[in-house]
Structure formats: C-alpha cells, structure tokens
Design a protein around this ligand. Structure first.
Ligand SMILES: NC(=O)c1ccc[n+]([C@@H]2O[C@H](COP(=O)([O-])OP(=O)(O)OC[C@H]3O[C@@H](n4cnc5c(N)ncnc54)[C@H](O)[C@@H]3O)[C@@H](O)[C@H]2O)c1
Length: 354
C-alpha cells in the first residue's frame, strides 16, 4: 500500500466535523479524510475545548493529537499539509504560519478576507512553491461542471447576460456569534461561491461592478444582509446579482440562475446548485435536462462528491507537482471581486477591477 500524506487541520467547526451530522449538508473534511486513500489526519487545532472534545469523542483523534496552539502542532507533528477550516478572517495567519514549515495548503473559501494580505501571501506561496488549493466547491458540483462545459462547448452561443437571485433564511440565532458581526455576510459567505462560479463557467474576469446593499428590520445581523450588484465582464457579459440572507420563506428555492446566449437559455433552480440543469434552445418551448443522467443529485451527495474531488485533486497536485483545480492566484481574483463589490455597495459608485 502506498504511503498516505500526513495532513493536519485548523478549525474543527461545522465544515470539518458537522455539529449535527444527521442534518448536515456534508460529511465534513474529517470523515472524508478518514475514507481517503491519500491522506491521514494526524492532528487538529482549535481554540475551543468543545470543538476539540467533539473530534476526540467521535474517535477521530486521541487527546494527544489535538492542539490549542497552531505553531506547536505544526512543529511537533511534522505534517505534509495543512487544511484551513477556521473562520475566514483567520485564514491568512494560519497560512502564514504553515508557510514557515513549507506545508502544502488546502484552504476553505474565501482564500483570505483581505485582498492586500492575500497578495502578500501569494508572493510567499509562489516563492516557496508549495501547492495551495482553495475550496471553491460550486465549480465542482455536477451542475457547475455542466454549466462550464455547456458554455465552453458553445451550446449557448454568445453569452449575453447572467441573472442570479438568492433568497435565504440565515437568520438563525443558534449560529456562532461572529457570524452576526461580519461585514456584508451574504457577499463573503455565499457571493464568493456564486461570483467565483460565474468567472469559472464564463472563463472571463469582471471589469466593473456597481451596487447597493440593504437589510430588513427583523435582521439579527449588524451589517446589511442583502445586495444588488451589476457587474460587467471583460468580454462584455452583464451579470445581475441580487440576494438576501434575511428571507423568511421556506418554500422558494434559494438559488435561481438564468444564463442566456444567442442560441438559448440555461436555467438552474436549487438550494445549493443541485440538478436539474435545463437548457431551452432559442425559440423552443421544451427544455432538455442536461443533468438527467446524474445519479447522486441530492444536496449532501453533491457536496460530498465535489469535496472528494477537490481532496483527490489536492493530492494529485502535490504528488505530480502540478497546479490544483483552484490555485491561490485564481481564488484571489474572486476575493478581489468581493472587495470591489463591497466598495461599490459602500460608495454606490462604479468600481473598476484591475
Ligand atoms: N465550501 C463550503 O461550502 C463551505 C461551507 C461552510 C463554511 N465554509 C468555510 O469553512 C470555514 C469554516 O466554516 P465553519 O462553518 O466550519 O465555521 P464554524 O464556526 O462552524 O467553525 C469554525 C471553527 O474554527 C474555530 N476557531 C475559531 N478561532 C480559531 C483560531 N484562531 N484558530 C483555529 N480555530 C479557530 C472555532 O472554534 C470553530 O470550531 C470558513 O472559511 C467558511 O467560509 C465553506
């Protein structure tokens, strides 16, 4: 049997090890690593005793394999890679620390919260030559890949515009406190998935963005929970992005995506980008479900499938010394779009991206 790479993680939260596995949308990184032929989880770091207790109680690690100090974990366990699953504002410091040990990095989205900090880290990552892969999993759900292929194979013809509407109830008082203090949480929690997906499927970059933000009186969040953006890409495609995380409805699908080209329209309505994916050729009344053959189309199946794919790709990138599916440089482009969108909402002016 070939030797597994030794991986450690920072942040034993919901994404790494779901607090309520029975209702979780994903198995979580800890379980996926346990099932993996490529990696072995050798230690985990968190600042919370409760989080550390969870990973021990569920028999994934022994107490001596858990740490409250990241530096100590890295120096004592000598891993090959670090998986960063702590809150977004802490990604940068964890990445910086791991680079001191020349570790390969798998980082949850968003790569970093702050663009300037991200640029500095990118220089360091590229100097060190370590693999840094970012979890932009919307790209690698079945519908994400199909959207990419349909557009890049010319099925839609020349793409003109993308309409995206997001309606979510994330007004959940049981969520961790820090979530309610985040700036423009829709943008940083979900916009990063959506705006990144559009860059990926269109193979295009944003040129400009204008927008505004808003919130309803019942929100638990400090910052605005809704945004309305109008983006233009370098190829001239218009992207209209409207959403809120303060919806009270439990009926409508969260995500509604319509992409139109001169040969037809692609439509996906789902919670987190699940099938079906409809193609309506121009002028036709009947649609074709491009995702008809997808067997595992449920919400958890789609999360687990894309996470497994990302983990496999991370391993291949390390052993074959190749670029991962989403590099730090690529992911930083999406962070730049978030920052430009935030600025556009704050100034209500057009912001141009370089
Ligand atoms: N790709 C996806 O679909 C997806 C979905 C949800 C969350 N995420 C991302 O995953 C990451 C974690 O999100 P989550 O939902 O698991 O959050 P969470 O709040 O459930 O967990 C975060 C964990 O980090 C710990 N933590 C806090 N400060 C720390 C520090 N200084 N060092 C180490 N750990 C610390 C907390 O104690 C907690 O256990 C975030 O980057 C988030 O954006 C990605």
């Amino acid at each position: 049997m070939r030797k597994k790479l030794r991986i450690v993680l920072s942040g034993i939260g919901n994404r790494a090890l779901p607090k309520k596995p029975e209702s979780s949308n994903w198995l979580g990184w800890v379980e996926l690593i346990r099932r993996s032929e490529d990696f072995q989880l050798v230690a985990a770091h968190d600042v919370s005793d409760l989080a550390i207790k969870r990973i021990i109680d569920r028999d994934y690690l022994r107490p001596e394999q858990t740490y409250k100090d990241l530096g100590r974990m890295l120096s004592e366990t000598k891993p090959d890679a670090l998986l960063v699953t702590n809150p977004p504002e802490l990604h940068a410091s964890a990445i910086r620390k791991a680079l001191e040990y020349n570790l390969h990095l798998l980082v949850e989205k968003p790569f970093v919260k702050d663009l300037k900090e991200g640029r500095k880290l990118l220089d360091l990552i590229e100097q060190k030559g370590v693999v840094t892969a970012v979890v932009q999993n919307w790209r690698f759900k079945d519908v994400g890949r199909m959207l990419h292929d349909a557009i890049q194979n010319g099925m839609l013809g020349r793409v003109g515009h993308v309409f995206f509407r997001y309606i979510r109830n994330r007004e959940n008082p049981t969520y961790p406190e820090y979530i309610f203090k985040e700036k423009l949480p829709l943008l940083y929690a979900m916009g990063i998935h959506h705006l990144d997906l559009f860059r990926y499927i269109l193979k295009d970059e944003y040129k400009s963005v204008k927008g505004c933000s808003f919130k309803p009186p019942w929100t638990l969040y400090k910052s605005d929970t809704g945004i309305n953006l109008f983006l233009k890409t370098k190829k001239g495609i218009s992207v209209i992005y409207s959403g809120t995380i303060s919806s009270t409805n439990k009926v409508l699908m969260q995500e509604s995506l319509i992409i139109e080209g001169d040969k037809g329209t692609l439509v996906n309505e789902g919670q987190w980008l699940e099938p079906p994916l409809w193609f309506y050729p121009g002028g036709c009344k009947d649609g074709i479900n491009l995702a008809e053959k997808i067997k595992n189309g449920s919400i958890p199946d789609q999360y687990n499938k894309s996470d497994e794919y990302i983990l496999k790709d991370f391993y291949q990138a390390i052993v074959n010394k190749k670029e991962p599916l989403c590099t730090a440089r690529d992911a930083l482009e999406s962070v730049a779009v978030l920052e430009a969108s935030r600025l556009a909402c704050e100034t209500e002016d057009t912001v141009y991206l370089n």
